[in-house]
Design a protein around this ligand. Structure first.
Ligand code: PEP
Ligand code: MG
Length: 590
């Protein structure tokens, strides 16, 4: 426990998104958008402001040309030409002259003058009834942000590599999963955001990359300035500004205890995953990146229970070709064989996009053109992935599953395309595993309710609780304002998981859980009691889950589940489950 507040220490409470404790200097991103204050300047300062403006324009031009060059090298001139339009906006003489006039005549700071003029230009473009001109408004705002970041010394923030000069704790209003994916351990000690929740893909990515994070802090970007010293507690979800000597000493002690526990868990990580009364459970790891395959076996997991393949598509200017995908899937299958790897087909949409420009804006992206819905329309993209997966199945123990199935027809349509790809590969003489196991994710209430029908056409189920909770309880999984309503132990969720597991068993199949619920130690007894056969979680949490399972009796877990299925209270189900987990493995909860 951190100590009581000492002089100068401030504590902010948020949502614990990725465990770990770090201390360091803060770098606040995106300040330019929030706080451009009007400052009066003297006549003597005018020349300096104009010089600063010219310097920022030169710097921005250099950055744009560098990005353009990188793009041209990667994907040819086609996309790089977008930056021509940006350069034209940057060098617009009318706009820039107006900024200079305002600095000279009104004696205001350049940031204020530039933001005002640029925003007025952008607003008038946005109001025009012409799509081309409206797009120029977005260019205008994009450029204005770059120039303002340079004026304020924030660097080129769109690309984190340009911002992170020394190890720091990043503070931002929000971070896209694609930005999290770019983070490097030696530069990002941890991060804190105003918005977000535990099951957003930004949080999931942070956990997978073992970068401690606190999200949903509401106003943290306004409370902190770059250079502040903070302690970030990703376990309790705290940001402690100017931690006092006692707080640092308390945290030092916690860290030493954690370290010796981690050593104990690590030594036991390769023991079999068997409950204290002899029931075998499959324990797998989730990955987002082909390079993480090694970490899965290293942490004591028995295979990959979920490979989120969409991260191959994110942060790329071009769609990955069938061959590029094959190379990635082959690498994972080869590294793990004979252990299984479950490749989840493309789940773009929701909070995961290839870029901010290539998808139409939707009112409710999580209810929109996402995952299997996208793939069944973008058939060429889907076929390329299916062929790549099938080809990789010749190499190792590859399984595949479709995300976000909401009804039987989607499964039938996806399987029809798969069959088409199999026929093509046979005709081409390309080897693949004819028996490759094909399952589905259970992420919608409609899938859980019709699990018996789906089980006749799917080889296994993997429950995506992150989405199942979101869709069943109508709670946006990324929205910190309603995070308290996001309740994995809601009686409805307990019953839907039970329905799913029972339906799969009746059909002779197995059911896993690969959402964050599988990695929540407090909920593991409940899931096992409900009949879940496999748990798949972030590799770093696997040793702890195994430690818990080896001390748990399945008979007790089943009694707990029987209680939960009758119980009407979310809180009581949670309390019973957490009590059982704490009783069998108290050291994991200290
Ligand atoms: C889930 O929804 O629980 C899941 C594992 O998929 P994702 O988090 O990628 O949506
Ligand atoms: Mg999901």
């Amino acid at each position: 426990m951190p100590s009581a507040i000492t002089t100068g220490e401030r504590i902010y409470h948020g949502i614990a998104a990725s465990p770990g404790v770090r201390q360091g200097k803060v770098l606040v991103l995106g300040k330019a958008r929030l706080t451009v204050a009007r400052q009066s300047i003297s006549e003597a300062q005018v020349a300096d402001e104009i010089r600063r403006f010219e310097h920022a324009l030169v710097l921005t031009r250099q950055q744009l040309i560098a990005v353009q060059k990188r793009l041209a090298e990667k994907s040819g001139d086609k996309h790089a030409s977008i930056f021509e339009a940006h350069l034209l906006v940057l060098d617009d003489p009318e706009l820039n002259n107006e900024v200079l006039t305002r600095i000279e005549n009104e004696r205001v700071n350049v940031e204020f003058a530039y933001q005002n003029v640029a925003e007025r230009y952008a607003a008038s473009l946005a109001a025009v009834d012409d799509e081309y001109l409206r797009e120029r408004a977005a260019d205008m705002r994009d450029i204005a942000e770059r120039v303002l970041n340079n004026l304020m010394g924030n660097g080129d923030e769109g690309d984190l590599r340009n911002v992170l000069k020394e190890p720091c704790i990043l503070v931002a209003h929000d971070l896209a999963p694609s930005q999290t994916a770019q983070m490097e351990h030696d530069k990002v000690l941890g991060f804190a955001t105003d918005v977000g929740s535990r099951t957003s893909h930004t949080a999931i990515m942070a956990k997978s990359m073992q970068i401690p994070a606190v999200v949903g802090l509401k106003t943290i970007t306004q409370e902190l300035v770059s250079g502040d010293f903070v302690l970030l507690d990703g376990v309790k979800g705290l940001i402690i500004v100017n931690p006092g000597a006692q707080t640092l000493a308390d945290y030092g002690q916690i860290e030493r205890q954690q370290h010796s526990l981690q050593e104990k868990l690590w030594l036991a990580r390769h023991e079999p995953t068997i409950t204290a009364d002899g029931h075998r459970i499959i324990l797998s790891g989730n990955i987002e990146n082909a390079n993480d395959a090694g970490a899965v076996l290293e942490c004591g997991a028995e295979g990959v229970g979920l490979f989120r393949t969409e991260f191959l598509f994110i942060n790329q200017e071009e769609l990955p070709s069938e061959q590029a995908q094959y190379v990635a899937y082959h690498a994972v299958a080869d590294a793990l064989k004979p252990a299984p790897v479950i490749l989840r087909t493309l789940d773009l949409g929701g909070d995961k996009f290839r870029s901010h420009t290539d998808v139409p804006l939707e009112m409710n992206p999580f209810l929109g053109w996402r995952a299997i819905r996208f793939c069944l329309e973008e058939k060429d993209i889907f076929r390329a992935q299916l062929r790549a997966i099938l080809r990789a199945s010749a190499v190792g123990n590859v399984k595949m599953m479709y995300p976000m199935i909401s009804g039987l027809q989607e499964l039938l349509d996806a399987n029809a395309l798969l069959e088409e790809c199999r026929a093509q590969l046979r005709a081409e003489g390309v080897p693949f595993d004819e028996q490759m196991d094909v399952g589905i994710m259970i992420e919608t209430p409609s899938a859980a309710m019709t699990a018996d029908a789906l089980a006749k056409r799917a080889g296994f189920f993997s429950v995506g609780t992150n989405d199942l909770v979101q869709y069943s309880l109508a709670v946006d999984r990324t929205n910190e304002k309603i995070a308290h309503l996001y309740e994995p132990t809601h009686p409805a969720i307990v019953r839907l998981i039970k329905l799913t597991a029972d339906a799969s068993h009746r059909a002779g199949h197995w059911t896993g859980v690969c959402g964050e619920m599988a990695g929540d130690l407090a909920l593991v007894p409940l899931l096992l009691g409900l009949g879940v056969d496999e748990l798949s979680a972030a590799p770093a949490t696997v040793p702890q889950i195994k430690f818990l399972i080896r001390r748990l009796k399945m008979a007790d877990a089943r009694t707990l589940a029987a209680f939960a299925l009758e119980c009407e209270s979310t809180a009581e189900i949670f309390d019973r489950s957490v009590n059982m987990a704490q009783r069998v493995a108290p050291e994991l909860f200290q």
